[in-house]
Design a protein around this ligand. Structure first.
Ligand SMILES: Cc1ncc(C[n+]2csc(CCOP(=O)(O)OP(=O)(O)O)c2C)c(N)n1
Ligand SMILES: [Mg+2]
Length: 449
């Protein structure tokens, strides 16, 4: 895992929980409890009320105390995406004074992680072509969004990624092999979500927003200052769960930061067929959620706004919605053919909005990055790619029955039935005369992966 960057949780300027609150037990927590159930229920009610009062006192500060200083225009986002760097890496006059320039060391670390993230992405795409990965949704071109979000989060915060966030997970410090376990088709999730405070990658659109809002609210009620950051795509903002998650988070002031990566496409559906809103950031206004829109290919702007959004949520002011305008350079996944719905000109334009080149130009010009450092970062990225190739080159050893574990705490009758079907099929495959388990099927003999 990575350490918190300067200016993040844990630094003296961050509002932290009062000491007394941090030990507050969760009112409904389970465990060995000698108290009779009725007495416990009454005690829990009292504990719950006390915890709520303490929580209200700590977090529901008056408007006068809180003010609107982090997002000066209140609920309304900037009229144009916030930008610090022009595509050539030069500084542009800020459209708002709301955001501070991120510290130099955070920017240099951002550059490092973006280069490594891109190399990982290229390697993962190559692994699909070699049949080593079942599917891979590339984040190429979205490096500033993926890396910026994780860099701004504290280690103790939670992330709720979608299928597109493999690069973000690697940037958070999760083992790349464990990240790709899901996309290899070996398990529902290759890492331990609790250990790395990162939920499994979510394929059903927007459902992770509800998980994030619930976790953030629960953490706060337990006296912890955890922030939950949920990723979501432009297309997924049309889902009901997006609205329910935002509304819940706003009403209960849950410390959630929703990062909308607007890459212009939901598979083959363009943004223009998705919404008539002037910007997806505006969707927060109706729920009372402060929102901002940002040039998602400007690493400095992404960090500046997300640093503040996370601070804002952590301080108890409520959730924040941040739209990052970016570009999808590759197809939706390796299984998609984008030439059927996207012009070559558009794809070429997307490729020219490179967030890494932009930050490199700025950092080099500012004397914060030299050739030696660039070479060292490149070497680190190559080493990661080589390790990934080796690790995924071997045949996986998986038990097909594990597919049914961890879906629910207890297997449903349908899952039990399906597991029996798989057991029967496996027994038939490994029966006499079919010692290799392929049943003479050349597709299986050739190796499914
Ligand atoms: C509830 C639900 N409906 C439909 C799908 C099928 N689906 C998978 S990805 C996708 C497009 C999502 O686009 P967007 O939210 O913009 O994210 P992006 O893929 O561009 O990162 C759709 C419709 C799904 N996974 N879940
Ligand atoms: Mg999209």
């Amino acid at each position: 895992m990575t350490s918190s960057p300067p200016g993040q949780a844990g630094s003296p300027d961050q509002p932290r929980l009062p000491e007394a609150l941090s030990g507050t037990p969760h009112p409904g927590s389970v465990g060995t409890d000698p108290v009779p159930p009725t007495a416990r229920a009454a005690a829990n009610t009292r504990a719950s009320a006390a915890a709520s009062q303490a929580w209200e006192a700590a977090y529901h500060n008056s408007e006068a105390e809180l003010g609107h200083e982090p997002f000066q225009a209140g609920l309304i986002p900037a009229p144009e995406p916030v930008r610090f760097l022009a595509p050539d890496g030069s500084r542009v006059p800020p459209i708002t004074q709301d955001y501070d320039e991120p510290p130099a060391e955070q920017l240099v670390e951002m550059y490092r992680r973006m280069v490594i993230g891109r190399r990982f992405d290229i390697q993962a795409t190559a692994l699909t072509k070699q049949g080593r990965l079942a599917v891979y949704p590339s984040s190429r071109g979205q490096e500033a969004c993926q890396v910026g979000a994780m860099l701004a989060l504290a280690e103790t915060d939670w992330a709720f990624p979608t299928y597109r966030e493999s690069m973000a997970l690697v940037s958070r410090g999760i083992d790349p092999v464990e990240v790709l376990t899901l996309l290899r088709g070996d398990a529902h999730c290759g890492y331990d979500p609790r250990a790395v405070r990162t939920a499994p990658q979510c394929t059903p659109l927007s459902t992770q927003l509800l998980h994030a809002a619930g976790l953030a609210y629960g953490e706060r009620r337990m006296g912890r200052d955890t922030v939950a950051l949920a990723f979501i795509g432009d297309g997924a903002t049309s889902e009901g769960d997006f609205h329910e998650g935002l509304n819940f988070a706003a009403v209960f002031k849950a410390p959630v930061v929703v990062v909308v990566q607007n890459n212009g496409w939901a598979i083959s559906v363009p943004l223009s067929k998705q919404t008539a809103a002037p910007s997806l950031a505006y969707k927060g206004i109706g729920y009372g959620v402060v929102c901002e829109q940002v040039d998602g290919n400007d690493a400095m702007a992404v960090l500046a706004v997300l640093n503040k959004a996370i601070w804002y949520a952590r301080s108890g002011r409520g959730p924040v919605l941040v739209e990052l305008h970016t570009f999808r350079v590759e197809a939706h996944t390796n299984a998609d053919d984008q030439t059927r719905y996207r012009s070559a000109d558009e794809v070429e334009h997307a490729g020219h909005q490179d967030p890494i080149e932009r930050l490199r130009a700025y950092l080099s010009g500012a004397g914060l990055l030299d050739d030696e450092r660039i070479a060292a970062v490149n070497a680190e990225a190559e080493a990661l790619a080589a390790n990934l190739r080796t690790a995924l080159g071997g045949e996986p050893h998986v038990d097909p029955e594990e597919l049914f574990a961890h879906v629910y705490a207890e297997l449903t009758p349908q899952l039990i039935e399906q597991r029996e079907l798989v057991r029967t099929e496996l027994a038939q495959l490994s029966g006499p005369g079919d010692l290799d388990g392929t049943d003479g099927n050349p597709a299986i003999e050739g190796g499914g992966r």
